[in-house]
Ligand binder design. Structure first.
Ligand SMILES: *[C@@H]1O[C@H](CO)[C@@H](O)[C@H](O)[C@H]1NC(C)=O
Ligand SMILES: *[C@@H]1O[C@H](CO)[C@@H](O)[C@H](O)[C@H]1NC(C)=O
Ligand SMILES: *[C@@H]1O[C@H](CO)[C@@H](O)[C@H](O)[C@H]1NC(C)=O
Ligand SMILES: *[C@@H]1O[C@H](CO)[C@@H](O)[C@H](O)[C@H]1NC(C)=O
Ligand SMILES: *[C@@H]1O[C@H](CO)[C@@H](O)[C@H](O)[C@H]1NC(C)=O
Ligand SMILES: *[C@@H]1O[C@H](CO)[C@@H](O)[C@H](O)[C@H]1NC(C)=O
Ligand SMILES: *[C@@H]1O[C@H](CO)[C@@H](O)[C@H](O)[C@H]1NC(C)=O
Ligand SMILES: *[C@@H]1O[C@H](CO)[C@@H](O)[C@H](O)[C@H]1NC(C)=O
Ligand SMILES: *[C@@H]1O[C@H](CO)[C@@H](O)[C@H](O)[C@H]1NC(C)=O
Ligand SMILES: *[C@@H]1O[C@H](CO)[C@@H](O)[C@H](O)[C@H]1NC(C)=O
Ligand SMILES: *[C@@H]1O[C@H](CO)[C@@H](O)[C@H](O)[C@H]1NC(C)=O
Ligand SMILES: *[C@@H]1O[C@H](CO)[C@@H](O)[C@H](O)[C@H]1NC(C)=O
Length: 392
């Protein structure tokens, strides 16, 4: 992922714009303004079962139970569900597709609401059309690709569930400003992007395809999800009280905390990753803080997690991170404390390191390893904290 510098926004004053990776993205895109007006005769009910993209905007204004059935969104036409009435239920059914949109600013699905339910019907598929965009470079360069495939800002006991999403162009689901809500039973399948294509120079065609980016969220439960991708599986920043449970990650950069940021307000607290599997991935479990960043990462638990076929680091805590190349020199502006690894088993490849910990001077405190056993790495583990060295 691009390391996010997300300022702590007033959580509830967050409805009109979201800042992700330094860019301000209006939630309403051009698509809103060109949506057809309801144009209703007084006798005609607004359809709450939408079969065409143009019906979505009026349905959102009128309905509290909306079905999006086999929507083929035209080019540059986002599915905008940001003004849902409190308590609304939205169901994606059939196959949802998007016309080719040659823009990195395009956000295909945008959701915000209080006490809403967003779900997929059995057998439904949301298809991002990734192969039309993938060039091996992701959001780092190359051709324009829609970013953040689904932006979600739900509150007050909302639930996002039962979605099957495949072939998203770059980043997957952005959970920013989610409060007191649950995300469950989501499949993100970008495995088609593992293979190179004819413009990716031998690299995996898909890149920067983060699964879940969690930011500015409080009291979020993310559970029972499966991700096949080519970047972070779940990455948490600027959030508190987030539990990630029963997640399967393949092809990813693992389960991550991205701590700190530029300026004040980058605090992470009470995060649990548990009962999960990370396989065929560059890293297993990771806490990364940018070189020169400030903030805190406090009370994080990784519990009952199995790692296999890990290519780089099994457990990785590093305070020298920079997107595109770590410095090798840690900085100590982010306080990383009360970090527990309980019952974490893993097998990494021979070229990998079981453990890598690079803390700043005095910035790490109280790391606990219990029932932790990472094996297979031929590259000698390196830990400058705790004082006793790596847990092996
Ligand atoms: C998309 O835009 C890029 C430049 O922004 C351009 O090079 C490319 O040809 C465009 N692709 C299509 C299919 O229009
Ligand atoms: C929005 O409209 C402006 C002006 O017409 C255009 O330059 C821009 O590319 C459009 N953005 C998207 C995402 O379609
Ligand atoms: C959301 O919850 C807060 C706190 O419980 C409450 O004040 C607010 O009215 C709720 N909003 C809606 C739209 O239900
Ligand atoms: C949300 O809706 C459910 C019913 O769907 C209701 O039981 C609950 O009290 C609501 N919560 C809030 C915070 O509005
Ligand atoms: C979240 O839930 C807690 C406890 O249920 C409640 O005290 C708090 O006001 C809620 N926060 C918001 C923003 O709704
Ligand atoms: C994921 O997508 C690939 C390629 O499209 C497909 O072969 C595979 O069956 C899918 N996996 C799941 C779990 O749906
Ligand atoms: C690359 O593959 C695409 C999709 O299979 C095809 O349409 C295109 O013509 C190919 N381009 C080249 C340069 O081979
Ligand atoms: C986070 O969870 C703790 C413990 O359950 C609770 O005391 C605290 O109020 C929660 N924080 C927020 C912001 O809801
Ligand atoms: C592992 O992931 C890589 C890309 O990260 C992919 O090319 C390969 O097919 C995956 N292997 C399996 C067994 O899933
Ligand atoms: C991890 O592997 C062990 C041994 O195979 C198994 O008992 C345990 O259930 C696994 N845990 C998870 C989260 O898959
Ligand atoms: C770190 O901060 C120092 C002091 O502000 C600055 O000189 C340096 O360029 C920064 N380094 C990086 C890699 O941001
Ligand atoms: C670490 O910080 C202490 C006190 O702030 C200082 O005395 C020491 O020289 C520093 N060590 C390194 C390696 O920078």
């Amino acid at each position: 992922m691009l390391f996010s510098n997300i300022p702590k926004l007033a959580l509830l004053g967050y409805l009109t714009a979201q800042r992700v990776s330094g860019e301000v993205v209006p939630l309403d895109s051009n698509a809103t303004s060109i949506a057809s007006p309801p144009a209703l005769a007084s006798t005609t009910a607004t359809p709450c079962i939408c079969t065409e993209w143009s019906q979505i905007s009026p349905a959102v204004a009128e309905c509290t139970s909306i079905t999006l059935d086999n929507i083929q969104a035209p080019a540059s036409s986002a599915i905008i569900l940001t003004k849902l009435k409190t308590g609304t239920s939205v169901t994606f059914s059939g196959t949802t597709t998007f016309g080719f949109t040659n823009s990195s600013q395009f956000r295909p699905i945008q959701i915000a609401g209080n006490n809403v339910t967003i779900q997929g019907a059995p057998g439904s598929i949301i298809d991002g059309g990734g192969p039309q965009y993938w060039d091996g470079l992701g959001s780092n360069g190359g051709l324009p690709k829609p970013g953040q495939f689904m932006k979600v800002q739900i509150t007050n006991n909302s639930i996002l569930k039962d979605l099957y999403i495949q072939n998203y162009p770059s980043h997957g689901i952005n959970l920013a400003g989610v409060i007191n809500s649950t995300v469950q039973n989501i499949v993100l399948n970008n495995s088609l992007g593992d293979a190179p294509n004819n413009i990716s120079n031998g690299l995996s065609a898909a890149h920067n395809s983060d699964g879940f980016n969690v930011g500015n969220s409080v009291n979020l439960l993310l559970k029972d999800c499966k991700v096949w991708n080519q970047d972070d599986c779940v990455v948490v920043s600027d959030s508190s009280n987030v539990t990630v449970r029963n997640v399967f990650c393949s092809g990813s950069h693992g389960l991550s905390i991205a701590g700190g940021g530029t300026g004040p307000g980058h605090d992470i607290e009470n995060i649990i990753f548990e009962d999960s599997v990370v396989t065929n991935s560059t890293n297993g479990l990771r806490i990364k803080t940018d070189f020169n960043a400030t903030g805190s990462v406090v009370n994080v638990m990784f519990s009952n997690i199995n790692l296999s076929n890990i290519k780089n680091y099994g457990i990785d805590i590093q305070q020298d991170y920079l997107n595109g190349g770590s410095t090798g020199i840690p900085s100590n502006g982010v306080h990383v404390a009360d970090i527990r690894f309980l019952n974490v088993k893993g097998l990494v490849v021979p070229a990998a390191m079981n453990y890598y910990i690079l803390c700043g001077n005095g910035s790490c405190e109280n790391f606990i390893f219990e029932g932790v056993d990472i094996q297979g790495g031929g590259d000698t583990s390196s830990c400058n904290y705790p004082e006793g060295g790596c847990p092996e």
